[in-house]
Design a protein around this ligand. Structure first.
Ligand SMILES: [Ca+2]
Ligand SMILES: [Ca+2]
Ligand SMILES: [Ca+2]
Ligand SMILES: [Ca+2]
Length: 500
């Protein structure tokens, strides 16, 4: 009896819902259409990598953030309730910045359920642009109104083709810090500081490329005890960076070296010289060591201190960022550059320059193009990381696919920075030089304009450095190629982008 009552109650409760169906059994029944309209699964893709999502109530979010360069992602797959439809199609793209997106799942019975697709990407450091981001960078500090021949300073023709020009003793005159290494030698090379008296300038001053008999660098005098006694130096220093690495307004130096340059390429550690007002404190960064061939420094994360990028040659050591704590203490990391560049064995040189003037400093990498290292500009961005997906390739020069140094200058006064590349013969290995001029066309596009910009731009020998400097004080930037033992080669600019 009790059961019967319950059945009756159930029947009477259900009756209103079934009354329609009982009346329309002869017509195809809307009431048999499913009301299910659930989004069960949704997978997105970027650069052929799948990104799963979580569906919580009516909100859909990607489970791992898309990498910073991602602007559009694609619908890879989805699952919905049986017989339902959805306002999405496979391979449909979503512009992340335009989200959130409305997804509508429609049940067989015509009813809808709305979902919100929220896309998140990894914003990295989230740094702000800074129009003065180049201030204090090693690139901005490499030129001065002086150049000297290191061999002339020291009367030692083998050792001193690395130079850093800066006013190290704060007397208003440019000084020169020099060092170098001997080819395939385990000897440690000295580091010397020559203080300037302000009388030596530019063209032909103190330069004779090893071909003259007299020594005439009287405007520079070696500072005794500029380095502490017993300092070791480097076996083969390869680049001197200057910058105020501890923020005390005294110019410091960071010296990168690759060590013994033959098998087994044991590498060596870089050296930090912090200016103490009366010379330098000496610190070897023993915790990092490798075949370090180039590098550059700038405050790439815009937190007020100079950080350093070092070109490493993998299998020996990889490329590194050295992050400054503001006091000149550095910690190494590889997280700020894409794997492909971090591991590329054939990038030997780099510069930090804000080529597109967007307030984020750009990282220029160059080396052996013929071995897969395209000369490239990795565009700085708010994430702080350098991505292959945010880059521009610099046009190549057939047969001269080795780039040993890069400079940037606004050649044609159109407000952006054009490029000067110091190239070397890649067929006749390091036998000939070639100066390339590259026009910045804007929008991250570049074209070769060598033939219309510079005359007599190729010849025998190779030169370590290219410099842009007003050599003859006429207000126009000039170009010179520098390598001790050889006469500097000079091209004088007319101020309209032509060099002769
Ligand atoms: Ca000085
Ligand atoms: Ca300092
Ligand atoms: Ca910094
Ligand atoms: Ca930039």
């Amino acid at each position: 009896m009790k059961n019967l009552i319950i059945h009756s109650i159930v029947f009477s409760l259900l009756l209103p819902f079934f009354s329609c169906s009982e009346n329309e059994t002869t017509q195809p029944p809307e009431e048999t259409r499913s009301a299910n309209k659930e989004l069960l699964n949704l997978v997105l893709a970027y650069n052929d990598v799948d990104y799963s999502t979580t569906i919580s109530n009516s909100t859909v979010t990607n489970n791992s953030a898309f990498p910073f360069p991602a602007e559009q992602v694609f619908l890879k797959s989805f699952q919905i309730s049986q017989n339902a439809t959805i306002n999405l199609t496979i391979n449909q793209s979503f512009n992340i910045a335009e989200g959130p997106f409305n997804i509508i799942v429609t049940a067989e019975d015509g009813s809808n359920q709305n979902y919100s697709l929220n896309l998140t990407k990894d914003e990295g450091l989230g740094i702000s642009p800074n129009s003065n981001i180049e201030n204090g960078s090693s690139y901005s500090l490499q030129s001065s109104n002086v150049y000297v021949d290191g061999a002339q300073l020291t009367q030692d023709f083998d050792r001193f083709h690395l130079k850093a020009y800066s006013d190290f003793n704060n007397d208003g005159n440019i000084d020169v810090l020099i060092s170098s290494g001997l080819f395939q030698s385990f000897d440690y090379s000295p580091i010397k500081l020559y203080l300037g008296d302000g009388t030596g300038f530019n063209t032909d001053y103190c330069e004779c490329g090893g071909s003259c008999s007299g020594f005439s660098c009287s405007s520079f005098t070696e500072m005794p005890n500029a380095l502490p006694s017993g300092y070791e130096g480097l076996q083969h220093p390869r680049k001197i960076l200057t910058g105020d690495y501890n923020g005390d307004n005294l110019m410091d130096a960071f010296i990168i070296g690759h060590g013994y340059d033959a098998y087994p390429y044991p590498g060596e550690s870089p050296i930090l010289l912090l200016n103490n007002g009366n010379g330098f404190n000496y610190q070897k960064l023993n915790n990092i060591s490798g075949f370090f061939h180039g590098g550059s420094s700038a405050d790439f994360d815009n937190d007020g201190d100079l950080d350093i990028f070092i070109n490493g040659v993998p299998s020996i050591e990889e490329s590194l960022f050295l992050m400054n704590d503001g006091s000149g203490n550095f910690s190494s990391t590889t997280e700020f550059i894409d794997e492909e560049f971090h591991h590329n064995t054939k990038y030997y040189t780099s510069e930090f320059i804000d080529i597109d003037k967007d307030g984020f400093i750009d990282l220029l990498l160059a080396g052996h193009e013929h071995q897969g290292a395209n000369s490239i500009i990795l565009w700085g961005n708010s994430s702080g990381k350098y991505y292959g997906d945010l880059s521009s390739t610099i046009p190549q020069v057939s047969g001269y696919n080795i780039v040993v140094d890069i400079d940037a200058i606004d050649l044609d006064n159109d407000g952006d920075k054009d490029l000067i590349l110091n190239r070397v013969d890649s067929n006749n290995f390091y036998q000939n030089y070639y100066i390339q001029v590259v026009e910045n066309e804007g929008e991250h596009k570049f074209s070769d304009c060598t033939t219309t910009s510079i005359s007599n731009n190729t010849g025998t020998n190779w030169f370590i450095w290219v410099h842009i400097q007003d050599l003859n004080n006429d207000g126009n930037s000039d170009i010179y190629l520098e390598n001790d033992h050889l006469d500097n080669l000079k091209w004088f600019g007319d101020g309209n982008g032509k060099f002769n």
